[in-house]
Design a protein around this ligand. Structure first.
Ligand SMILES: Cc1cc2nc3c(=O)[nH]c(=O)nc-3n(C[C@H](O)[C@H](O)[C@H](O)COP(=O)(O)OP(=O)(O)OC[C@H]3O[C@@H](n4cnc5c(N)ncnc54)[C@H](O)[C@@H]3O)c2cc1C
Length: 471
């Protein structure tokens, strides 16, 4: 193992005292991510202030043979940004690269550095009457570099796409310390391989994202947020298909939560209220947004009146204020926190073709009730993208070893069913360290060859986030 003191001194020479974390009381936050499932020990923590600083750190690490783990806002849920317990990896925090370099309201784009917190970028876009549509529950902490490295999705994917669809250009520091300048803001560029796409979703294994050109959109001036109670998942999926068509594709979010999820959040998060007067088996939180001359309120009202007549919808409320809309969203976004408070549990973020969701959920419920009756399923998701969090809470008081066995068996059951429906075992959180094994098990020989050729071509000495994503 490297001499920690000597290595930190070399980092300090490059980055100054602000650029290296040495104070033991500040180190803890760099050793684990939000999931809390894994923790490690860094050789050192570097906090460069700009792209040149990142490049200098990677050159030093290449020379010294030190592995590097890029770290954003620590909200990843698969342990990708957590250093290994070996104590030989450098944590490279992007938190000081937090400048918005420019906003171009005619090109509908902005150039932001990797360490910008997502919610800050929402505010900057809004100041220019623009929208950055990437949005997720962790928006107050996650960084745009982390979002890009994990190809984050979130609540607006069905209308605007994932991070991959929202990036026009990238600046990346390569494992040997060279800077790849792909910061182009072109809407159309058809000149062969689209290199930036390699780095999006690469989870820190190919290089360090230092800045990005992001697509922006006109800021919606009208938003309709609706909470509906329905009698079944099938009714919810029928509603989804109708809403896409009848709301002129202005639908931007469509979230499904069975009643059990509402109960769980209401119990865990103080100050939340039951969203509808009468409980329903299934809830849908949907949002449509528009700007310009469309009368969205009138369109939504006509749509809901027609759907109510057709049956399936038991009750519903259209938010009449931003505060009420925010309350609805707090229920949905509070779910992750509510499960976290329960303690160790199984988190999945699977996807199946949208039309297969009712069948998938029916079979998953039946198989889990048969094989693991003690586990409590907590099932919700961005079903407008076919993405469902089929999570399991173990009974309270179960010994740790039994919790582990139960969660492992639950995951295997759910993933086997995902395979049967032609789905994906990770629709949004990525692979990291936690999902590496099931990911590798599903790779074909051709997948493996292509993945290895890419990784070893860009990082021949396996220095970037070793052991994450695939071996
Ligand atoms: C409450 C909550 C809700 C969430 N909701 C969603 C959701 O709806 N959709 C979704 O997709 N995810 C969701 N997530 C997961 C998480 O927020 C995302 O994965 C997010 O994009 C991670 O960003 P981060 O800055 O926190 O990255 P980190 O957790 O710090 O890192 C994540 C990965 O990216 C790599 N990385 C970070 N920065 C860089 C960089 N600049 N260059 C190269 N690699 C880098 C790390 O090495 C690691 O592998 C949620 C998480 C929480 C806690």
């Amino acid at each position: 193992m490297k001499n920690q003191g000597q290595f930190s001194s070399k980092l300090q020479e490059l980055l100054g005292p602000q650029g290296v974390v040495t104070d033991p009381s500040r180190l803890a936050r760099y050793c684990a991510d939000w999931s809390g499932d894994l923790a490690g020990i860094p050789l050192a923590v570097a906090r460069p202030a700009d792209t040149a600083g990142v490049a200098a750190v990677l050159r030093l690490c290449a020379g010294e043979g030190v592995p590097v783990v890029p770290q954003g806002g620590h909200t990843g849920l698969v342990g990708g940004a957590v250093p290994s317990p070996s104590g030989n990896e450098l944590v490279l925090s992007l938190e000081r690269l937090d400048r918005v370099r420019s906003v171009d309201p005619v090109n509908f784009s902005m150039v932001a550095e990797a360490g910008c917190v997502l919610e800050t970028l929402h505010c900057v876009a809004q100041e220019h009457d623009l929208l950055l549509p990437l949005s997720l529950g962790a928006k107050g902490s996650c960084q745009i570099g982390g979002n890009i490295a994990t190809n984050a999705g979130g609540v607006n994917v069905l209308r605007y796409g994932m991070a991959r669809d929202l990036v026009l250009g990238l600046e990346v520091v390569l494992p040997d310390g060279r800077i790849w300048n792909g910061l182009r803001s072109l809407r159309k560029n058809n000149t062969g391989y689209d290199l930036k796409q390699l780095f999006i979703g690469s989870e820190g294994t190919l290089g360090v994202v230092t800045a990005a050109v992001l697509k922006l959109f006109p800021r919606p001036t009208q938003v309709q947020t609706v909470m509906l109670g329905l009698d079944s998942v099938s009714a919810a999926m029928g509603l989804y298909a109708a809403a896409r068509r009848d709301l002129s594709d202005l639908l931007s979010a469509f979230e499904l939560m069975p009643r059990g999820c509402i109960d769980l959040t209401l119990r865990a998060i103080p100050g939340l209220r039951d969203p509808l007067p009468t409980p329903a088996p299934v809830y849908v939180l949907m949002e449509a947004s528009a700007c310009g001359l469309v009368d969205l309120a009138e369109l939504t009202e006509r749509f809901l009146a027609r759907r109510m007549e057709l049956g399936g919808i038991l009750d519903g409320i259209v938010a009449t204020s931003q505060a009420q809309a925010a309350d609805f969203w707090r229920i949905r976004e509070g779910l992750v926190e509510a499960q976290h408070r329960h303690g160790r549990h199984l988190r999945t973020d699977v996807s199946v073709p949208i039309s297969c969701l009712p069948g998938f959920l029916e079979q998953a419920d039946a198989e889990l009730a048969r094989h693991l009756p003690a586990a409590l399923p907590v099932v919700y998701g961005h079903v407008g993208d076919g993405n469902i969090h089929y999570n399991l809470l173990p009974p309270k008081g179960l010994p740790e070893a039994e919790v582990h066995a139960l969660l492992e068996q639950g995951e295997a059951l759910i993933f086997a069913l995902v395979d049967r429906f032609g789905g994906s075992i990770s629709a949004e959180h990525g692979i990291g360290r936690v999902k590496r094994e099931p990911f590798e098990q599903r790779l074909s020989a051709e997948d493996r060859d292509l993945l290895r050729a890419l990784r070893s071509g860009i990082d021949p000495h396996n220095r970037m986030s070793p052991g994450r994503l695939f071996a």
